[in-house]
Write a protein that binds this ligand. Sequence first.
Ligand SMILES: [Zn+2]
Length: 229
Amino acid sequence: MYFGHYALATAVKAKKPELPVMPIFLATGAIDIVNGINIMLGISKVDPNLETKPYLYFDLTQIDWDHSLLMGIVWSLVAGGLAYFFYRKDNTTGLSTTLVAFSHWLLDVPVHNADLALYPGSSLKFGWGLWRVMGEYAWHLEVIFSLILLIYAYQTSKKRGETIWPQILFMGLLMCNISPWLSPMKMVASLPEPYTHLLHGFLVSLGFILPAFIFKWLYQQTGKPIKTI
Ligand SMILES: [Zn+2]
């Protein structure tokens, strides 16, 4: 899952507007930020496969040190701890960041193709395989899932007087970018090694860091009090 993680963060931010943007929007992709680094370091392994739909075009051969259940919990606690110590020392921020980070693992379970181990090296794998079963339609499913959360976020924010159209438009951009038709991973999968796994890892990490900064900027714009004469 990709943009669906941001849809969840948007819904959480709408429900709890007092939460700071960066911890929540970085946490939603924390497990994948680690995944990208692990892939570049050779700790996790991905193999190009143009048949792997809807937009990844890689098989996630071994991602135990970021996407196993145990490591998912560990990285979520790390994310919450970092938010608590470096961002804002209050329990709500720490706990919310941990929970949002772990939501990443839970949302990955339905779509991943049985590559989410119980712990590093375990042969017990989670992942219902909707990516494999549904192919390109798994992207449509992620869009529907995201739209439901975005409608909730829009309505909840509107009640408070904040209109989050810019965030929703940016979500639309992410949906188009990581779609079966425009995903940059297709081009990356056709590169020779070592470029293919290095660029894959780099783009996965970047793809979960850069949008957090853009969301922060967008919330700064939409969260401004309306000027009255
Ligand atoms: Zn993931």
